[in-house]
Design a protein around this ligand. Structure first.
Ligand code: NAD
Length: 486
């Protein structure tokens, strides 16, 4: 297999960095690409290019012109759908069934939704009475924040990157984007699309690299970066916040989760099982929204555990490009070490391992990949580390509860507050329990059903701010009040 070469994209040109690192396919363990790494010098060039772009042709485009360019970006992604799909699957090992239905189409949809929204979004206005009887008009105007650093994780690389890039561009900013070091491919392809559809040089820059001492840190400390939008681990969010403090940069953080699912006895059992299968095992458990804590009303507990374990044991692991494959590997050998350490910790904390808990037997082609077994635990108490810390793998713990109040208390007993899933057919209960969840998102009788206009984000250690629809556009804009006296 030919080893690819991913370069930096600065000021409209692909270029080299200060060194290179390897990009590995986690399904096979093979090196698939050599990647140029950006250090402070390259980040400085990217920020300078972005700053220039703001006062160049990009800064002079009308909103409609910007929106139509973003539609062209969406068209460009769809025109190269198969390239994006292959790149994403090789970088992550995720199954084609998921990547073709979620990652790539959502990557394009993100551009369309924000292009349309920016064109139709109004601004508030207020008439004020004044002592002279003439009054005044206040109205709000928005302008771009400036140069925005976009720092992304590896779990949904194109989807989560474009979730930030699209609204940030719709609002007129210029960007320096860093994909995760684990998944550099689709950001590089997106740079090609941006260039090919005529996004002016410097508007969209891609730098590859790591966090501390590398591109990530430089993007958070650079004096000309006005805002940082970050998705990743809560601990990384803390580091970025510290680095950004001296420059008082605007921050939007989408962080980790330890999400509860609550299954009541009055739920549609089949829907709850099927939904929980998705919410635990999708993308090998590597979605920030995945349920890692499942609480089930005692009268259906045994049946639920048995059925979930039966279906999880039927999950097909294997060739990510085979449409029958249901689960791929974890993202890397390092992440597998972490997940396996929780598999061991659960046992030492006294868990009953209902199924899984180890490394699956894989065919020779995948023997060096980062595969783990889907895993279900029971028997831990809510304060066990395995129920408090984010594992980010294909694993959940299932615990019985006896009352609605107990279920709510267990679900909220967490430092995190990203998403909750509730399974019940009782509408009153649905409203009550949803209102009581200390999370930014609640799904009732579904999971991961997204309308991109709605607010998305977490409370507690799961994030700061909300993205989605006008929430994103507000973050990526400087809001100005203009008061005119009559
Ligand atoms: P991570 O925090 O390790 O890395 C994310 C990005 O930050 C990478 O690009 C990395 O290079 C960069 N980075 C690391 N240290 C940095 C530093 N000091 N300064 C600047 N940049 C730095 O996260 P990950 O392992 O890539 O992603 C998994 C995590 O992301 C999980 O915790 C998951 O819950 C979370 N996540 C949250 C959401 C959400 O919307 N809330 C969505 C997806 C993933």
């Amino acid at each position: 297999m030919r080893v690819k070469h991913f370069k930096l994209f600065i000021d409209g040109e692909f270029c080299g960095g200060r060194s290179t690192f390897e990009d590995i396919n986690p399904a096979t363990g093979q090196v698939i690409a050599k990647v140029e790494e950006a250090g402070p010098e390259e980040v400085d060039r990217a920020v300078a290019a972005a700053k220039r772009a703001l006062s160049g042709p990009w800064g002079k485009l009308s909103v409609s012109e910007r929106a139509s360019l973003l539609h062209k970006v969406a068209d460009g992604i769809m025109a190269r759908f198969d390239d994006f799909l292959r790149a994403e699957i090789e970088d992550t090992g995720k199954p084609v069934s998921w990547a073709s239905a979620v990652d790539i189409p959502r990557g394009a949809a993100n551009f369309r939704i924000f292009a349309d929204q920016i064109k139709t979004m109004g601004v508030p206005a207020f008439h004020q009475d004044t002592a002279d009887g003439l009054g005044a008009l206040h109205y709000v105007s928005r302008r771009p924040v400036g140069v925005v650093s976009v720092i992304c994780p590896w779990n949904l690389p194109l989807l989560l990157m474009t979730w930030k890039v699209a609204p940030a561009l719709a609002a007129g900013n210029a960007l320096v984007v860093k994909p995760s070091e684990e998944t550099p491919a689709t950001a590089t392809l997106l740079a090609e699309v941006m260039r090919d559809v005529g996004v002016p040089p410097g508007v969209f820059n891609v730098v590859h690299g790591f966090g501390p001492g590398s591109a990530g840190e430089a993007m958070t400390t650079h004096k000309d970066v006005a805002a940082i939008t970050f998705t990743g681990e809560s601990a990384t969010g803390q580091a970025i916040m510290r680095n950004a403090a001296s420059g008082l940069k605007k921050l939007s953080f989408e962080l980790g989760g330890k999400n509860p699912a609550l299954v009541f006895a009055d739920a549609d059992f089949e829907a709850a099982i099927a939904g929980t299968m998705r919410s635990v095992f999708s993308n090998c458990g590597q979605v920030c929204l995945c349920s890692e804590r499942v609480y089930v009303e005692r009268s259906v507990f045994d049946r639920f555990v048995e059925e979930l374990a039966k279906r999880a044991s039927e999950l097909r692991l294997g060739d990510p490009f085979d449409s029958a494959t249901a689960m791929g590997p974890l993202i890397s050998a390092g992440h597998r070490e972490k997940v396996l350490s929780y598999y061991e910790l659960a046992k030492s904390e006294g868990a009953e391992v209902v199924m899984g808990g180890g490394i699956p037997e894989m065919p020779a082609e995948y023997a060096a990949g980062s595969w783990v077994q889907p895993t279900i635990w029971t028997g831990l108490s809510n304060d066990a580390r395995c129920l408090q810390e984010e594992v980010f793998g294909p694993v959940c713990h299932i615990m019985p509860f006896d009352s609605e109040d107990e279920a709510i208390a267990l679900a909220n007993d967490s430092d995190y507050g990203l998403a909750a899933a509730i399974w019940t057919q009782n509408l009153n209960r649905a409203h009550r329990v949803a209102a009581a969840m200390e999370t930014g998102l609640v799904w009732v009788n579904t999971w991961f059903l997204r309308d991109l206009r709605t607010p998305f984000g977490g409370s507690k250690a799961s994030g700061i701010g909300r993205e989605g629809g006008e929430y994103s556009l507000n973050f990526y804009s400087e809001t100005k009040n203009i008061c005119i006296k009559h």
